[in-house]
Design a binder for this molecule. Structure first.
Ligand code: NAD
Length: 506
């Protein structure tokens, strides 16, 4: 850790001057040491008005720019990210505690979504329909929606902004971003790159930023009718508040909230594959992914063998400095997260759960805990909710329908996976009466989605979809157009509505 020169990273990303000199700024903490990395200026509440107003003005101009030219800006930004991948990946690792490979991977995900958005900028297709009326043409087109509010969580401080911002930008929207106060440096660095590129493309204020640790800032964005779309990524508890505020003003919300993701392993499964996927899903990012594997539902015939193999694998997980080579698991984000981990283990034990390995927080600086396996019932309250840490609850089943029912019997519905070589089980899992999640995988884990598909989940995960497929439609407004190019005025459904007398005299 000592070999990392924070000053070089901050100046390499051109944000050294944004760091507050005063002590009363927002502290960005390194979760691996518990020490401050830097102090960032908080945006005062008056700044919300300035940023929103500028975003609205920018939108009026940006929506007129042809979509492929909007794509050119995103392409240039993708190029900048390629150039800064290493530095930005290190900063993400430093600020969130995820290992360097995952920090770099997050930047790669931004680059991938930029590529996708560039292609999309020439494909914002609307349908044409055959009108039932003669000499009428009917079609739909997609128009830019307006400034989009983007509130993001700490655990993907870069990629989630890109998922939203790049798609929104090619759709002709402007973006107002409120990042997590736990990763303000990453947000500043990305914003710096985005603003430079926007400036070069004559697109000032397409990207806005509000840095604050006050819940009131997010609440104001949720309540502001100038943001026709509010994209929220975070916990279901906060998402519920955001959804209510946005709905009450007839806004549109895109919610990406908590997950409680299960892997089912049936009696035919390839356990070599399963073990590797479960380890990455449960231990990767210290269990701080929305798609982290939190529950493991195993057929009774292979339960003992799988647990033995997992215990052996867990014993090899190197926990430590996220920037050191060989580390597989870094720290949790902060002291409250570590306390929530400790409380969850205690609650599971009090409910009859048995800790099979781990379960403790580690001494010393930073917020490290042990990767943990707990045998526990699916219906325990602690198993039913998301604890954002490396705890995997394991349980057995006898028949496949029971496994499916257990997998679905939680309030969240984000990601799910089945390990099987049984075609009937696989198809059943993916069928309408199978997994109720937004993501359902066969023979790969719950975590690590590609950007080409639509990403999101059901139930308390919020129902939103981001990234690929047709997720772009959420960022635009649909307009249905009908043109009458004839000389008559037939009504739809064949309705006759003719006044007495000669129609042509009217
Ligand atoms: P969080 O809910 O604590 O905070 C998320 C964001 O909301 C932050 O920017 C925070 O400042 C802001 N916020 C807090 N109070 C607010 C309010 N009243 N109104 C508006 N905004 C408010 O979440 P977190 O701890 O940063 O992130 C972890 C959570 O995010 C987990 O539950 C995880 O599953 C979820 N998550 C979901 C996805 C997904 O795609 N489904 C992706 C990443 C994270």
């Amino acid at each position: 850790m000592g070999s990392i020169d924070t000053g070089n990273i901050l100046s390499g990303l051109d944000i050294a001057s944004s760091i507050a000199e005063a002590d009363d700024g927002l502290v960005s903490e390194n979760p691996a040491t518990g020490r401050a990395i830097a102090c960032v200026r908080r945006d005062e509440s008056g700044k919300i008005e300035t940023v929103l107003a500028a975003s609205r003005v920018a939108f009026r101009k940006w929506r007129e720019v042809p979509a492929p030219r909007r794509g050119a800006l995103v392409r240039a930004l993708g190029e900048q990210l390629r150039r800064h991948r290493d530095l930005l990946g290190t900063l993400i690792s430093l600020e969130t505690g995820k290992i360097k490979a995952e920090g770099d991977g997050e930047v790669q995900e931004m680059i991938d979504i930029a590529d996708l958005a560039v292609g999309l900028s020439r494909q914002l297709y609307g349908n044409t329909m055959h009108s039932e009326r003669a000499r009428h043409r009917m079609f739909e087109q997609w128009h830019p929606l307006g400034p989009v509010g983007v509130i993001t969580a700490f655990n993907f401080p870069a990629a989630v902004w890109a998922w939203n911002a790049f798609i929104a930008a090619v759709c002709g929207d402007t973006i107002v971003w409120k990042p997590s106060p736990k990763a303000p440096l990453t947000a500043l660095a990305i914003h710096r790159l985005a603003c430079d590129v926007a400036q070069q493309h004559g697109a000032q204020d397409v990207f806005g930023l509000l840095i604050s640790d006050e819940a009131g800032v997010g609440e104001r964005l949720a309540g502001d009718p100038r943001l026709p779309l509010l994209s929220f990524t975070g916990s279901s508890a906060v998402g519920r508040k955001v959804a209510t505020a946005v709905a009450s003003r007839y806004g549109r919300s895109l919610l990406e909230c908590s997950g409680n993701n299960a892997v089912i392993v049936d009696e035919s499964a390839d356990l070599d594959l399963a073990v590797r996927a479960i380890i990455f899903g449960a231990v990767g990012t210290a269990g701080q992914r929305c798609t982290s594997t939190r529950r493991l539902i195993v057929h009774e015939s292979c339960y003992a063998e799988l647990i033995d193999r997992l215990l052996a694998a867990y014993g090899q997980v190197c926990v430590g400095d996220p920037l050191a080579e060989g580390t597989l698991m870094g720290p949790l984000i902060d002291a409250p997260a570590r306390a929530a981990f400790v409380a969850a283990v205690a609650e599971a034990e009090a409910g009859g759960g048995q800790v099979l390995c781990g379960g403790k927080s580690l001494e010393g600086p930073g917020y490290f805990v042990q990767p943990t396996l707990i045998a526990a019932r699916n219906d325990l309250p602690v198993v039913q909710r998301e604890t954002f840490g490396p705890i995997l609850y394991v349980m057995q089943y006898r028949d496949f329908d029971q496994a499916l029912a257990m997998q679905n019997a939680v309030p969240q519905g984000l990601s799910s996976a089945l390990f099987t070589l049984n075609l009937r089980h696989a198809e059943s899992f993916l069928s309408a009466s199978g997994s109720d999640c937004g993501i359902a995988n066969i023979n790969l884990g719950t975590s690590g989605a590609e950007i080409g598909g639509a990403f999101g989940g059901e139930k308390e995960t919020g129902g939103g979809r981001e990234a690929g497929s047709d997720a772009w439609k959420t960022y635009m407004r649909r307009q249905t157009n009908t043109i009458n190019w004839g000389s008559d005025l037939p009504l739809a459904q064949g309705i006759e509505f003719t006044l007495a007398g000669n129609r042509n005299d009217l």
